[in-house]
Design a protein around this ligand. Structure first.
Ligand code: ATP
Length: 272
């Protein structure tokens, strides 16, 4: 296996008043240019791990390396160029237009005194990112007049305009309709960036991720290629859901078909 672009080694985080650690000896290895899905039930630690990897929080134990460099020792400006994070509930100043929001991705490249319109390579990167995510028709639209899905795509454009080497996505498709979910994840794959995406939809993860890491109660329960990790036994243990995992008839990916919650009084869909 090629050297990982991103690795977290033995990462732990505790918060006051919470008995168990939020993250406990978590290891993460992400191959360059590949999409790694971060899976796990609500509260399992996905967002916290993304924040640690992004350098927003420091772990109590362990370290995070991007291309061999400790993320928490990098100068903030360099880290801001190299790592883009699209948050679950991304917000920004309501008065900004889509073009201005996408332009925020260029902030780490501008001089400290560089206010005013973007020019040259900065402006080109913004226009390119808007085209890639297909929000260029919204360029002059105010952020406060966007739908949830348009906001999510605008935030992806901001992240791409940043020209990062690592893309971190926290439940990136939760506001998107099915067509835009598929389109969004296709574009992420096409970007060729090393990506870590926290996802809830196992079918989407099976279709678009090369590898997955499954968190449960702050610990890694399984990690590796999708076809090896996403088994009925693992899904039953971690999510308490009965699933069948089969070869997809038309796509080169596993197909995850859920049957119901384990131990439920009656199978989903059965007559009352
Ligand atoms: N600052 C904090 N203080 C107390 N508890 C915290 C803090 N930050 C995170 N937690 C707890 O840590 C756990 C992991 O939270 P996190 O948001 O990382 O989970 P998640 O897997 O992203 O969840 P979800 O799928 O619901 O978004 C939760 O139980 C959360 O309440």
């Amino acid at each position: 296996m090629s050297a990982p672009a991103l690795e977290a080694l033995g990462v732990g985080l505790r918060v006051p008043g919470r008995g168990a650690p939020v993250l406990d000896a978590v290891d993460l290895r992400c191959r360059p240019g590949r999409v790694t899905g971060l899976l796990g039930p609500n509260g399992s630690g996905k967002t916290t791990l993304l924040h640690l990897v992004a350098g927003l929080r420091r772990p109590d134990d362990g370290l995070v390396r991007l291309d061999g460099a400790d993320v928490h020792l990098m100068p903030a400006r360099l880290r801001a160029r190299r790592i883009a994070l699209v948050e679950q509930h991304a917000e920004t100043a309501l008065s900004l237009t889509v073009r201005q929001v996408v332009g925020l991705g260029r902030t780490p490249y501008r001089s400290r005194w560089g206010a005013g319109p973007l020019r040259g390579a900065d402006a080109d990167a913004v226009e390119q990112a808007m085209r890639t995510v297909r929000v260029e028709h919204l360029a002059e639209r105010g952020w406060d007049r966007l739908s949830g899905g348009e906001r999510q795509r605008t935030q992806l454009a901001r992240a791409l305009a940043q020209e990062p080497s690592l893309l971190l996505l926290d439940e990136p498709t939760n506001h998107l309709d099915l067509g835009h979910q598929l389109d969004f994840l296709e574009r992420v794959r096409a970007s060729g960036l090393t990506t870590v995406a926290a996802l809830h939809d196992l079918e989407m993860a099976a279709a678009y991720c090369d590898d997955v890491v499954v968190l449960d109660d702050g610990q890694v329960r399984a990690a590796g290629p999708v076809s090896e990790v996403l088994t009925p036994g693992l899904v039953a243990d971690v999510y308490g859901v009965d699933v069948d995992v089969e070869d997809h008839p038309r796509r080169p990916a596993p197909h995850v078909r859920w049957n119901g919650v384990l131990g439920a009084a009656r199978p989903v869909g059965e007559a009352r």
